[in-house]
Design a binder for this molecule. Structure first.
Ligand code: T46
Length: 143
């Protein structure tokens, strides 16, 4: 990579989101600079996931993401090269801020799972680290 990679400290942060509900139902607002601590360049959602099929298995050199499970549940494994963390996203009230240089895997999707992701950059395959050994080397290099 020609450019610097941000610090690894505090690389996966769970956030609790405030529900703005009334008698009609619930609403959660996500705003750049309020809940989402980076400029949003892309959003995508993952749905129609198949039983016992996991996803992810990669890290990003620079990309930060903010992940919310708006329906159903799934388990997100994050690994900073030293510590592995498992977080259940099982309510729309939980969000996970996953910074750069974090290995992530998504497991145990419920049938109704819809994972909404906000990303700090456009899709770039060159930003993906898809091999775990390459990820460990990148962590050593940039930590
Ligand atoms: C991540 C986790 C949480 C695009 O063309 N544009 C996009 O914005 C994305 C996200 C993907 N794609 C293509 C690339 C692949 O051909 O869609 C296909 C599936 O992507 P991928 O295998 O990377 O999907 P996941 O679920 O393993 O990972 C995704 C994100 O790629 C990744 O950044 O952190 O969700």
């Amino acid at each position: 990579m020609g450019c610097s990679v941000e610090s690894l400290k505090g690389s996966t942060e769970p956030h609790k989101l405030a529900v703005l509900g009334d008698e009609r139902g619930s609403l959660i607002a996500l705003e750049q600079g309020q809940n989402i601590p980076f400029e949003i360049r892309r959003a995508y959602y993952i749905f129609n996931t198949k039983k016992d099929v996991s996803r992810g298995f990669h890290a990003h050199y620079r990309l930060q993401q903010y992940i919310v499970c708006v329906s159903g549940r799934c388990r997100i494994l994050t690994d900073d090269g030293v510590t592995v963390q498992n977080t259940w996203l099982d309510t729309p009230q939980k969000a996970l801020h996953v910074k750069n240089l974090i290995w992530r895997e998504m497991h145990d999707f419920s049938e109704d799972c819809v994972l909404l992701v906000f990303a700090s950059d456009h899709y770039k395959e060159s930003d993906y680290i898809r091999n775990y050994n390459d990820f460990k080397l990148a962590v050593k290099r940039y930590a």
